[in-house]
Ligand binder design. Structure first.
Ligand code: FES
Length: 133
Protein backbone atom coordinates (compact mmCIF):
# COMPACT_ATOMS: atom_id res chain seq x y z
CA UNK A 1 0.00 0.00 0.00
CA UNK A 2 3.05 2.26 0.50
CA UNK A 3 3.30 2.62 -3.29
CA UNK A 4 -0.23 3.96 -3.67
CA UNK A 5 -0.39 7.76 -3.73
CA UNK A 6 -2.81 8.89 -1.01
CA UNK A 7 -3.76 12.29 -2.53
CA UNK A 8 -5.05 13.75 0.71
CA UNK A 9 -6.74 10.56 1.96
CA UNK A 10 -6.08 9.25 5.45
CA UNK A 11 -4.47 5.83 5.92
CA UNK A 12 -7.79 4.57 7.27
CA UNK A 13 -9.64 5.66 4.11
CA UNK A 14 -7.02 3.93 1.98
CA UNK A 15 -7.25 0.77 4.11
CA UNK A 16 -11.05 0.57 3.75
CA UNK A 17 -10.78 1.37 0.05
CA UNK A 18 -8.13 -1.28 -0.61
CA UNK A 19 -9.67 -3.89 1.75
CA UNK A 20 -13.37 -3.09 1.95
CA UNK A 21 -15.30 -4.96 4.65
CA UNK A 22 -18.70 -6.59 4.13
CA UNK A 23 -18.94 -6.31 0.35
CA UNK A 24 -21.90 -8.08 -1.25
CA UNK A 25 -25.52 -8.55 -0.43
CA UNK A 26 -27.31 -10.55 2.24
CA UNK A 27 -29.44 -13.43 1.00
CA UNK A 28 -33.09 -12.90 2.00
CA UNK A 29 -32.27 -9.65 3.83
CA UNK A 30 -34.55 -8.11 6.45
CA UNK A 31 -34.13 -4.68 4.84
CA UNK A 32 -32.59 -3.16 1.71
CA UNK A 33 -31.78 0.47 0.96
CA UNK A 34 -30.77 1.82 -2.44
CA UNK A 35 -29.76 5.41 -3.09
CA UNK A 36 -28.22 7.44 -5.88
CA UNK A 37 -25.88 10.36 -5.40
CA UNK A 38 -27.39 13.44 -7.06
CA UNK A 39 -23.95 15.06 -7.29
CA UNK A 40 -22.22 12.35 -9.33
CA UNK A 41 -24.93 9.81 -10.21
CA UNK A 42 -23.23 6.94 -8.37
CA UNK A 43 -25.28 4.22 -6.66
CA UNK A 44 -25.20 2.38 -3.34
CA UNK A 45 -27.12 -0.61 -1.98
CA UNK A 46 -27.05 -1.68 1.67
CA UNK A 47 -28.75 -4.83 2.98
CA UNK A 48 -29.24 -5.69 6.65
CA UNK A 49 -30.02 -8.67 8.85
CA UNK A 50 -31.95 -7.78 12.02
CA UNK A 51 -32.40 -10.02 15.04
CA UNK A 52 -34.30 -8.84 18.13
CA UNK A 53 -33.93 -5.21 17.12
CA UNK A 54 -30.15 -5.51 16.64
CA UNK A 55 -28.39 -5.28 13.28
CA UNK A 56 -26.37 -8.49 13.15
CA UNK A 57 -25.09 -8.23 9.58
CA UNK A 58 -24.67 -5.46 7.01
CA UNK A 59 -23.41 -5.70 3.44
CA UNK A 60 -22.97 -3.17 0.66
CA UNK A 61 -22.60 -2.98 -3.11
CA UNK A 62 -21.73 0.22 -4.89
CA UNK A 63 -21.12 1.80 -8.26
CA UNK A 64 -19.19 4.52 -6.52
CA UNK A 65 -15.76 6.02 -6.14
CA UNK A 66 -13.06 5.06 -3.66
CA UNK A 67 -14.51 7.36 -1.01
CA UNK A 68 -17.93 5.74 -1.43
CA UNK A 69 -16.34 2.30 -1.01
CA UNK A 70 -14.37 3.35 2.07
CA UNK A 71 -17.33 5.09 3.72
CA UNK A 72 -19.64 2.14 2.99
CA UNK A 73 -17.10 -0.27 4.45
CA UNK A 74 -16.92 1.89 7.58
CA UNK A 75 -20.72 2.20 7.82
CA UNK A 76 -21.07 -1.58 7.82
CA UNK A 77 -18.60 -1.79 10.70
CA UNK A 78 -20.28 1.02 12.64
CA UNK A 79 -23.79 -0.39 12.21
CA UNK A 80 -23.05 -4.04 13.04
CA UNK A 81 -24.17 -4.84 16.59
CA UNK A 82 -26.13 -1.60 16.94
CA UNK A 83 -29.86 -1.30 17.66
CA UNK A 84 -31.98 0.07 14.81
CA UNK A 85 -32.31 3.36 16.69
CA UNK A 86 -28.55 3.69 17.19
CA UNK A 87 -27.84 2.82 13.55
CA UNK A 88 -30.45 5.34 12.44
CA UNK A 89 -28.42 8.05 14.15
CA UNK A 90 -25.17 7.29 12.27
CA UNK A 91 -24.40 10.39 10.19
CA UNK A 92 -22.04 10.97 7.32
CA UNK A 93 -20.01 13.11 9.72
CA UNK A 94 -19.63 10.14 12.12
CA UNK A 95 -18.40 8.05 9.21
CA UNK A 96 -15.95 10.71 8.01
CA UNK A 97 -14.69 11.19 11.59
CA UNK A 98 -14.11 7.44 12.02
CA UNK A 99 -12.15 7.46 8.77
CA UNK A 100 -10.02 10.36 10.12
CA UNK A 101 -11.47 12.78 7.60
CA UNK A 102 -12.30 12.99 3.92
CA UNK A 103 -11.24 15.73 1.51
CA UNK A 104 -14.06 18.35 1.54
CA UNK A 105 -14.89 17.80 -2.13
CA UNK A 106 -15.48 14.09 -1.40
CA UNK A 107 -17.86 14.62 1.53
CA UNK A 108 -20.85 14.19 -0.81
CA UNK A 109 -19.68 10.60 -1.35
CA UNK A 110 -20.11 9.82 2.34
CA UNK A 111 -23.86 10.54 2.11
CA UNK A 112 -24.43 7.43 0.06
CA UNK A 113 -23.69 4.71 2.60
CA UNK A 114 -25.33 6.42 5.58
CA UNK A 115 -28.43 7.22 3.50
CA UNK A 116 -28.62 3.67 2.13
CA UNK A 117 -28.31 2.28 5.67
CA UNK A 118 -31.15 4.54 6.86
CA UNK A 119 -33.27 3.41 3.91
CA UNK A 120 -32.58 -0.24 4.71
CA UNK A 121 -33.78 0.40 8.26
CA UNK A 122 -36.88 2.15 6.90
CA UNK A 123 -37.48 -0.83 4.60
CA UNK A 124 -37.16 -3.21 7.55
CA UNK A 125 -39.67 -1.16 9.55
CA UNK A 126 -42.14 -1.11 6.64
CA UNK A 127 -41.87 -4.88 6.16
CA UNK A 128 -42.23 -5.40 9.88
CA UNK A 129 -45.28 -3.12 10.09
CA UNK A 130 -46.90 -5.12 7.26
CA UNK A 131 -46.37 -8.47 8.96
CA UNK A 132 -47.55 -7.07 12.32
CA UNK A 133 -50.97 -6.14 10.89
FE1 FES B 1 -19.71 9.47 -6.75
FE2 FES B 1 -17.89 9.60 -4.86
S1 FES B 1 -17.78 10.53 -6.81
S2 FES B 1 -19.79 8.61 -4.79
Amino acid sequence: MEDVPQIGYSKKVMDHFMNPRNVGSIENPDGVGRVGNPVCGDLMEVSIRVEDGIITDVKFKTFGCGSAIATASMVTELATGKTLEEADRITRQDVADELEGLPPRKMHCSNLAADALHKAIEDYRERHAETAE
